[in-house]
Write a protein that binds this ligand. Structure first.
Ligand SMILES: *Cc1c(COP(=O)(O)O)cnc(C)c1O
Length: 394
């Protein structure tokens, strides 16, 4: 097999070499526990503080508002469960959407089944955006929290976060956003956007796996998620993942400093890829909003085809992509996101997500589209549905 073309950056990214270099000393020489009092441990404490500051600056927050977690899933769980606990005397109603990541959806289902929460799952339009009228209609005097993702991990659609933030503020409702896919792909300022809580994860921005943060605005009542020591202002106990935190800081520094040119380049390649696919492959549909879209996301559905077969054939050429969401592969249910934007089951099944990185080149895109074209045609030639369809066309 020749070179690998990695187009699954929404699932995870390569840890940048500078990030690994920044982390290494915290495994080898600087292994002290940040809570210890001697000078040696002070170095690790300083490194954790510096990283926290860097991350706070990246979203216009204060460093006391950044809580390190073990990743995006933990941050989402924490935000929802702890806000529900802390505000349940005020009300038990949470509003979210049908297209959230499972870390949100399954947490909501848990709160609904086991904790007496009432959850509204907002519909989205055909591009994957919520409608503000629906949000307005959904609120009740019991509504304590709105959780809407910043950008969707499958179809790349960016939600109207600022409008939601303003609306939530006006009504005295907390606003949480899962920004795992959006962070460092577009500017985020929690003040300007009216965000009270925000989840993020390092491994989606060329940082290490197993480290994330939850931003919690000062003044938001939120319970501890892990009880034990006094780490993370007593809200999330446990010795800090120092190498992870240091790597996260480095990843953010790196991603922010290249954001403008990187996302411009990705956007151009993304649109080039989409236009080639639309021009050269028949019976295809582009999923997600055309403009309000993550710079690196391409999501398309091919009629008469199974996404899983497509993935296997692409893999033969060293092309890594995804159908629907990685979290659901292994199950035969089509993606809840594709169903929410109105795709029929059979079209949703023929979907392919390709997510680019800063390293993706035009040659990679051409190679991928050339093979995609050929694979789609071969698979269709084996499909009885396609055969029937073609007969009827004649
Ligand atoms: C990847 C992802 C998560 C989960 O993050 P982990 O760090 O893998 O737990 C949550 N939400 C979105 C939108 C994601 O893309």
């Amino acid at each position: 097999m020749g070179k690998m073309i990695y187009l699954d950056n929404a699932a995870t990214t390569k840890t940048a070499p500078e990030v690994v270099d920044a982390m290494l000393p915290y495994f080898t020489e600087l292994y002290g526990n940040p809570s210890s009092v001697y000078d040696f441990a002070g170095k690790t404490k300083e490194a954790v503080t510096a990283s926290r500051q860097q991350i706070a600056d990246a979203i216009g927050a204060k460093k006391e508002e950044i809580y390190f977690t073990a990743g995006g899933s933990e941050s989402d769980n924490w935000a929802l469960k702890a806000a529900f606990e802390a505000y349940k005397t005020k009300g038990n109603h949470i509003i979210t959407t049908k297209i959230e990541h499972h870390a949100i959806l399954h947490t909501c289902q848990y709160l609904e089944k086991e904790r007496g929460a009432k959850i509204t799952y907002l519909d989205v339009d055909e591009n994957g955006r919520i409608r503000m009228e629906d949000l307005e209609k959904a609120i009740t005097p019991e509504t304590i929290l709105i959780s809407v993702m910043f950008a969707n991990n499958e179809i790349g659609t960016v939600e109207p976060v600022k409008e939601i933030g303003m609306f939530a503020k006006e009504h005295g409702i907390l606003f949480h956003t899962d920004a795992v896919q959006a962070f460092c792909q577009m500017p985020i300022d929690v003040e300007e956007l009216g965000i009270d809580m925000l989840s993020s994860s390092a491994h989606k921005i060329n940082g290490p796996k197993g480290i994330g943060f939850l931003y919690i605005r000062k003044g938001v009542k939120i319970r501890s998620f892990v009880h034990g020591g006094a780490q993370e202002r007593k809200r999330r106990a446990g010795t800090e993942n120092v190498p992870g935190i240091v790597g996260y800081g480095k990843a953010v520094e790196r991603a922010l400093s290249t954001m403008k040119e990187r996302t411009e380049k990705e956007t151009e390649l993304r649109d080039y890829m989409i236009s080639r696919i639309e021009k050269e492959i028949p019976y295809v549909r582009v999923n997600g909003h055309r403009e309000m879209r993550l710079p690196n996301n391409v999501n398309v559905s091919f009629q008469f085809i199974e996404g899983e077969s497509l993935l296997l054939m692409l893999d033969n050429y060293g092309i890594c992509a995804s159908s629907g969401s990685a979290c659901t592969s292994g199950s035969l249910d089509p993606s809840h996101v594709l169903l929410a934007i109105g795709l029929p089951h059979e079209i949703a099944h023929g979907s392919l997500r390709m997510t680019l990185s800063e390293e993706t080149t035009k040659e990679d895109i051409d190679f991928t589209v050339d093979h995609l074209k050929e694979i789609v045609q071969n698979l269709r030639n084996m499909s009885p549905l396609y055969e029937d369809f073609i007969k009827k066309q004649k």
